[in-house]
Design a protein around this ligand. Structure first.
Ligand code: AMP
Length: 433
């Protein structure tokens, strides 16, 4: 006898089941509606790309590229001469959007190109609450000729509006400027020199980063490193004139939009492509993985990937964490459940019951109808368990009189209605269901 294997979702991945999936759909709908109100349009890119695309954009020294990507060889049968020999499941969305922007010549489109995406991302991280190996992001990007700080502020405003709309109230927005390719390298050298002086007091990761990526030391959460980091030189004192002006104007633009934020000089973000504006949103109720959104400007990225000179800014919301935070807040949106359960009895009632289900669904109501005849009590019991608001009773008597009994399950209130009144009544109730 063969042994029966119990299959389970792979470590770091999970199933999103009803009723939670309804909350996901709701949040994604709020996001899409918000993004579209700001003129953003949907882009769908593949979930795997040439590994080199991510190495080039995210950076080879980042944790994401150096140790977290799911990479596999391109099979020789499918390989074409211009494809790389390795591909990876996407760890983030910006690189793919920039690749698509270049590939489809979107720089010729009028004005700024405003795109949003939603979908799974993959990183081989140590799984814990709020950190998965397959997780979901909703992101938005603005690509085009302008780097006006008003664009940065509008993107941030859109994010704040979405979080407010989604009921994510306990959030904090952090903003920083990490300079450009003129001033940042000079600051990095100053930082590196200072870090070398305190090297012995730092942990192994930070010691390594002094050479590979000193900015990342500022990201450290190690308690013993915190007092040392506080004494390090700050980028705000080393920004060039243009970056300083850009950051000042960004602050003005945020004030104009009444957006609350905190400046955080340590917000350098984990990806190599950022320039100038960086921002992050944290939410309550998430423990250590409390960042629900990260973003920033990436002016040189399109060029780095072989495209024309292009400015860019964007963000990615961690959908899993946004959902967790909404759940933790306890302020869940009202999501529609089963509106009408059709309790039919007798084969003569069945065709009318089916027709009625069709009409009610056409009106936008959620309708359940048993496919097999059930005893009245059992039928009402099931309607109750499914959380139906009404039971529509259709038996042979109802067929004979062409009136139907509509029972409100919460209080057993029952009314007899002819079809036109029934449809009118349920239609008017629909908004409240
Ligand atoms: P990042 O660009 O890496 O800062 O990612 C943007 C957002 O995606 C973060 O603020 C998180 O909300 C979310 N995120 C990143 N990695 C994970 C993960 N492994 N699991 C769940 N959410 C993640």
């Amino acid at each position: 006898m063969s042994e029966k294997k119990q299959f389970r979702a792979i470590k770091g991945t999970r199933d999103i089941l009803p009723p939670e999936s309804a909350l996901w759909n709701w949040f994604e709908r709020q996001s899409r509606d918000t993004f579209e109100a700001y003129g953003f349009r949907d882009i769908r890119t593949p979930i795997f790309e040439d590994t080199y695309l991510f190495a080039r954009s995210v950076g080879t020294d980042t944790d994401i590229v150096s140790k977290e990507m799911y990479t596999f060889a391109t099979s020789s049968a499918g390989a074409t001469s211009d494809s790389g020999d390795q591909m990876s499941l996407r760890p983030e969305g910006t690189a793919s959007v920039c690749r698509a922007y270049i590939e489809h010549g979107m720089h010729t489109l009028p004005g700024n190109v405003k795109l949003y995406y939603s979908g799974p991302m993959f990183r081989r991280e140590r799984p814990q609450k709020g950190r998965y190996r397959q997780f979901y992001q909703m992101g938005a990007e603005v690509l085009g000729p302008s780097d006006a700080p008003g664009i940065d502020a509008e993107v941030i405003e859109m994010l704040v509006v979405l979080f407010r709309r989604a009921g994510l109230e306990n959030i904090t927005l952090y903003v920083n400027s990490i300079g450009c390719k003129e001033c940042r390298p000079k600051y990095v050298e100053i930082l590196r020199a200072e870090l070398r002086k305190v090297k012995d007091q730092l942990g192994a990761d930070s010691q390594r980063r002094i050479d590979t990526n000193p900015l990342r030391v500022l990201d450290s959460k190690l308690p013993e490193e915190q007092p040392i980091i506080e004494t390090l030189p700050r980028i705000s004192d080393h920004l060039c004139e243009d970056c300083r002006t850009h950051f000042t104007k960004l602050r003005d633009e945020l004030a104009l939009r009444h957006i609350d934020y905190q400046e955080n000089w340590r917000l350098v973000r984990g990806l190599d492509y950022y320039t100038r504006t960086t921002f992050e949103v944290t939410a309550s109720g998430l423990g250590s993985q409390n960042a629900v959104c990260g973003g920033g400007r990436y002016d040189g990225l399109v060029e780095l990937l072989g495209g024309p000179p292009t400015k860019g800014i964007g963000f990615a919301i961690g959908t899993d964490r946004a959902i967790l935070s909404i759940q933790e807040s306890g302020k869940l949106p009202h999501l529609p459940g089963v509106a009408v359960f059709i309790a039919w009895m007798g084969q003569k009632a069945y065709p009318t019951a089916v027709a009625m289900a069709q009409k009610l669904r056409e009106c936008g109501l959620i309708v359940e109808i048993p496919a097999e005849e059930m005893k009245f009590k059992k039928s009402i019991g099931l309607a109750d368990k499914l959380g139906a608001k009404y039971a529509l009773i259709i038996g042979e008597d109802e067929i004979a009189t062409s009136t139907y009994a509509l029972k409100r399950l919460a209080d057993a209130n029952q009314q007899k209605l002819a079809e036109p009144e029934l449809l009118e009544y349920l239609e008017s109730e629909r908004r409240g269901l």
